[in-house]
Design a protein around this ligand. Structure first.
Ligand code: NAP
Length: 473
């Protein structure tokens, strides 16, 4: 299959194409268009003229298009899940869950499109403001560049395209090179749903070359990016005065306090650690467990993790499959090895077969080991113990990242203490840091990024507040 670019409401060819291979078995899935600079400029031109149409479109019409897209994805649920599984090696069970979340995200976008509103301002609260009536409106920004990663190729596109269109903007989307097909599928759904030509454009090609054209073009009013901290920093430094939202990585931590029912919480902890091969920005990477239950926890965690079925992402019962690239397997294994050489104990896994890295558990890694202080983004977790609860909080906070953290405790005081003291974008009490539903505010502090997603919150960042003041005669 030849995958063309999607510009101004139609699939268009270009000069260069690159093969896209299935990460699990290396089979070629498609030949994907590599956009030239001129292609990207054409996409921006199309988005610029469609921005006017979108800004004038009634809220209920934007809502109807978004809801129609949610319905079309529902109709094509299985096809969508297979696209995700094939191009990213996300096991089918998880791919279906992602499709269901994508439907939810566009449904929330449809709802939020109808309730974007400003407020009245009592200008006479200040001397000089007498005799005036004022209100605010939220106006679309215009052209938004959306750059997305490979790990949730459909739902993270929805988290950008959904709120952008709900607010009356137009979009140029640059999906990850390994997962373009999910994005093109969504573009065809929007076309079928009646979105005006040019309101959504999809351009594929290398992040640096496509990204640079998008980031540097003055007609692009905002860049919304989800991906690695290094690229996020580059975008921030090169986007000029554009608005920028950055949803970046983390080394998420979980505290498990004494008194926790380990049997009850264990399936969730295993899922949060190894789902999508640990390639989730809020995947559990660091576990801090009260020393009184550490032995029992570790034994149970290893036992449950061993039950995970490793295999082809298209098999119904597969839990763990290939990582996104061979380089990432090599990188993760070298970090595991370095931690072991520095004193950590390998309790499970550590080995790989082709691009599949088996679920790996390490004990007592040092905070300075890369496996702990960098984002591992692989099925690799390490367990350390604590005695005092404050010590566990300090260890979680001892990180350059701060996306979400989880705390299991039966002690209400400790729960409140943790919610206040943890320096992250979201604290999950009696849950794993990996918890997310698509309408909640979501984003990080420190190197985990700036800005928030979750449809309503993303719309705030994709609109401009305008004040209108009427002076009465
Ligand atoms: P990545 O390598 O940073 O790539 C993300 C996107 O940026 C891709 O579309 C990539 O294109 C593009 N890109 C690469 N270099 C660029 C440049 N110089 N300018 C503009 N765009 C550029 O990240 P990834 O490996 O796909 O995803 C994993 C990362 O995403 C992890 O760090 C993870 O934690 C983070 N993430 C964060 C969240 C969140 O909500 N906080 C959610 C999911 C993932 P190419 O594919 O063509 O290189």
């Amino acid at each position: 299959m030849k995958q063309l670019l999607w510009i101004n409401g139609e699939f268009v060819g270009t000069e260069k194409y690159l093969p896209l291979n299935n990460p699990f078995n290396g089979e070629k899935i498609a030949e994907v268009a590599v956009a030239s600079d001129d292609d990207v400029l054409r996409a921006i031109n199309a988005a610029e003229s469609a921005a006017k149409t979108m800004a004038n479109m009634e809220a209920y019409k934007r809502a109807e298009i978004l809801q129609k897209v949610a319905d079309l994805i529902q109709e094509d649920r299985e096809e969508c899940a297979r696209i995700i599984a094939e191009e990213s090696s996300k096991p089918l069970k998880a791919a279906r869950a992602e499709v269901d979340r994508t439907i939810m995200t566009y449904s929330f976008a449809a709802q939020e499109a109808r309730r974007i509103h400003g407020e009245t301002i009592p200008l006479d609260a200040a001397p000089g403001g007498e005799g005036r009536v004022a209100y605010t409106v939220k106006e679309p920004l215009g052209v938004i560049a959306a750059i997305t990663p490979f790990n949730f190729p459909m739902n993270l596109v929805a988290h950008k395209v959904g709120p952008a269109l709900a607010a009356g903007n137009s979009v140029v989307l640059k999906p990850a090179s390994q997962t373009p097909l999910s994005a093109y599928k969504i573009a065809s759904c929007f076309h079928r749903a009646g979105l005006p030509a040019g309101a959504l454009n999809v351009v594929t090609g290398s992040g640096k070359s496509v990204g640079d054209v998008l980031i540097k073009d003055d007609r692009v009013k905002k860049v919304t990016f989800t991906g690695s901290p290094a690229v996020g920093k580059y975008i921030r430094e090169n986007a000029g005065l554009k608005k920028v939202t950055l949803e970046l990585g983390s080394n998420s931590a979980l505290i498990v306090d004494e008194g926790t029912d380990l049997v009850k919480v264990m399936p969730r902890i295993v899922t949060g650690s190894f789902s999508n091969q640990g390639q989730v920005c809020i995947s559990i990477q660091r576990i801090f467990i009260h020393e009184s239950i550490a032995e029992e926890f570790t034994a149970l965690f290893i036992e449950e993790s061993k039950k995970l079925k490793v295999g082809n992402p298209l098999d119904e019962d597969t839990d763990i499959s290939a990582m996104i690239s061979f380089n990432d397997v090599t990188r993760a294994k070298s970090w595991i090895q370095a931690a072991i050489e520095n004193g950590a104990e390998l309790a499970l896994g550590g080995d790989s077969d082709q691009q599949v890295l088996n679920p790996t558990i390490l004990l007592n890694a040092k905070e300075t080991d890369k496996i702990s202080c960098e984002e591992v983004f692989a099925p690799v977790v390490h367990i350390n113990t604590f005695n005092e609860f404050d010590e566990a909080i300090a260890k979680v906070n001892d990180s350059q990242f701060g996306l979400q953290a989880g705390v299991y405790t039966k002690d209400l005081n400790k729960a409140f203490k943790a919610s206040k003291a943890l320096h992250v974008g979201g604290v999950m009490i009696n849950d794993i840091p990996t918890f997310r539903v698509d309408h909640m505010p979501y984003g990080g502090v420190k190197m985990s990024g700036t800005g928030r997603e979750g449809i309503k919150y993303a719309i705030e960042e994709m609109t401009e507040l305008k004040l209108v003041s009427f002076k009465l005669d």
